[in-house]
Design a protein. Structure first.
Length: 268
């Protein structure tokens, strides 16, 4: 998504600032196309903490019954080995839809907050630009949650590692923003996720067809607490920079989850 030299990053930042588009009068949608062939991980690249991009450590990501599965069959402990599976191509404006379901059990040392927790990262940096031990890419996360105990645990939050977003023109200072009107979903249940990123920069998130979030003005923020994990990458920025494109990644956080029917529709 971003070049690696200081000069090119600063140049890109200037281009983004100069090219911030006005609200388009009309959005043109292309045809839907699959990002996952249902049989292989062709077109996808893993990045797991402590391992280089492209190394599918302990076969964390596998294809099973027509779905991409986050599998811990070869793990004895999680050991903080957060991972992400990146699609090969960055996107700018699009609609993304997929189905997911959490499975049980997770690993015994998965952090309490990460139980039945995963997400779809977008506007992300590339896997190659992540440091070896960086737990999360600088991105926006459409967070998904399963049930963990009896308390309500609605799915569909937005989280912002190294970024910020604005709601109704007001920039949020929270890392994760709770969803509106989202259900608590039992593990084992397939859930439909829909993400729309308009050319104007407005983002909407839906769970099972119900709107749970609308926000805009995504920015990379080198002062965000999570930016410290990608200090070299983020230090090249001149300050908060509008973020208008990037990679999509599926998350592994210590709990089994499956993703299927992954499709994208380009917008312009």
């Amino acid at each position: 998504m971003m070049p690696h030299t200081a000069a090119t990053v600063v140049a890109l930042a200037g281009a983004l600032l100069a090219a911030a588009p006005a609200q388009a009068a009309e959005v043109h949608a292309g045809p839907w196309r699959p990002l996952f062939d249902g049989r292989s991980l062709n077109g996808w690249a893993p990045k797991v903490v402590g391992h280089p991009a492209g190394d599918n450590h302990l076969q964390t990501f596998v294809v099973r019954d027509g779905a991409i599965a986050v599998s811990y069959a070869n793990y004895d402990r999680f050991k903080g080995q957060f991972g992400h599976l990146f699609y090969k191509t960055p996107f700018k404006a699009y609609r993304l839809r997929l189905s997911y379901r959490f499975l049980d059990p997770g690993l015994p040392d998965t952090p309490a907050w990460a139980r039945s927790n995963s997400g779809v990262m977008f506007h992300s940096q590339s896997p190659q630009s992540m440091t070896l031990d960086q737990p999360f890419p600088m991105s926006v996360e459409f967070q998904v949650l399963g049930r963990d105990g009896d308390a309500p645990r609605p799915t569909g939050a937005v989280c912002t590692p190294g970024t910020t977003v604005a709601f109704d023109g007001v920039r949020s200072k929270a890392h994760c923003i709770a969803p509106h009107d989202a259900p608590t979903v039992a593990n084992g249940t397939w859930v439909k996720l829909e993400l729309e990123v308009l050319p104007s920069g407005e983002v909407t998130q839906k769970i099972d067809g119900v709107l749970v979030h609308r926000y805009s003005a995504v920015e990379l923020d080198p002062k965000d607490p999570f930016a410290a994990a990608a200090k070299d990458y983020m230090s090249r920025l001149p300050g908060p920079v509008p973020l208008t494109e990037g990679y999509i990644a599926l998350q592994s956080e210590g709990w089994p989850i499956e993703f299927k029917d992954i499709e994208m529709q380009p917008l312009r």
